[in-house]
Design a protein around this ligand. Structure first.
Ligand SMILES: Cc1cc2nc3c(=O)[nH]c(=O)nc-3n(C[C@H](O)[C@H](O)[C@H](O)COP(=O)(O)O)c2cc1C
Length: 188
């Protein structure tokens, strides 16, 4: 099988759910953001990145998301929302929220997803752990959602689509399932 450094980084990236307390270096953060901004995009770079490194605000996002999860009516989510041990950001020191402009004529969701994935791969290449986090998005539908949006300075008309946490790994990924076979059709 063909391999190179890029392919190895893509294959070695796994979601990390335990982090060291230490903040990521500024130059590493800037390189991660730059990678995000180099993603393919249909909306002429109509995205916005919110970097949250304030511990108090990270905890409020966690608590607001858990509140919304408890009220979701979805058993799995409400169990996590009620679990005092559960931190949906896994104690990571940096959260990046990727928002997209709602006024573009193309759906920005794909642009923001591509950008998020670019950041995960770039972070892995620099020795960081990462995890894409849907759960924290629920904070925006909680009772504190509007206040949090304001505090996070998410631009008007932008929708926060995706979030991911970044930090130094406090675990090695062990459970790497084999890739499911049979998901490719070749027409040649
Ligand atoms: C859109 C999206 C949302 C996700 N949300 C969460 C989440 O809220 N919490 C979490 O722990 N992992 C989340 N993940 C990570 C997945 O659980 C993980 O990517 C998947 O189990 C495959 O594992 P791997 O990333 O280690 O390959 C999310 C992944 C994606 C793509």
């Amino acid at each position: 099988m063909m391999t190179n450094e890029t392919l190895q980084i893509i294959k070695q990236r796994r979601s990390i759910r335990h982090y060291k307390n230490e903040q990521i270096r500024e130059e590493v953060l800037q390189a991660v953001l730059e990678a995000g901004m180099h993603a393919p995009n249909a909306g002429d770079q109509a995205w916005h990145f919110t970097v949250v490194q304030n511990r108090e605000l990270l905890e409020r996002l966690n608590l607001a998301a858990k509140e919304a999860a408890r009220q979701s009516g979805i058993q799995h989510l409400s169990e996590l929302g009620s679990n005092e041990e559960f931190n949906c950001l896994y104690g990571a020191p940096t959260l990046i929220i990727v928002s997209g402009d709602q006024n573009t004529f193309v759906p920005l969701e794909a642009d923001c997803a591509a950008s998020t994935q670019n950041m995960l791969i770039a972070a892995e290449s620099m020795g960081l752990g990462t995890c894409w986090i849907y759960f924290v998005q629920m904070a925006f539908s909680s009772s504190q959602g509007a206040d949090l949006r304001r505090e996070l300075k998410i631009p008007e008309d932008y929708k926060p689509y995706y979030s991911a946490v970044f930090g130094y790994k406090n675990e090695e990924a062990v459970d790497i399932p084999d890739r499911k076979p049979g998901c490719v059709t070749y027409i040649r």
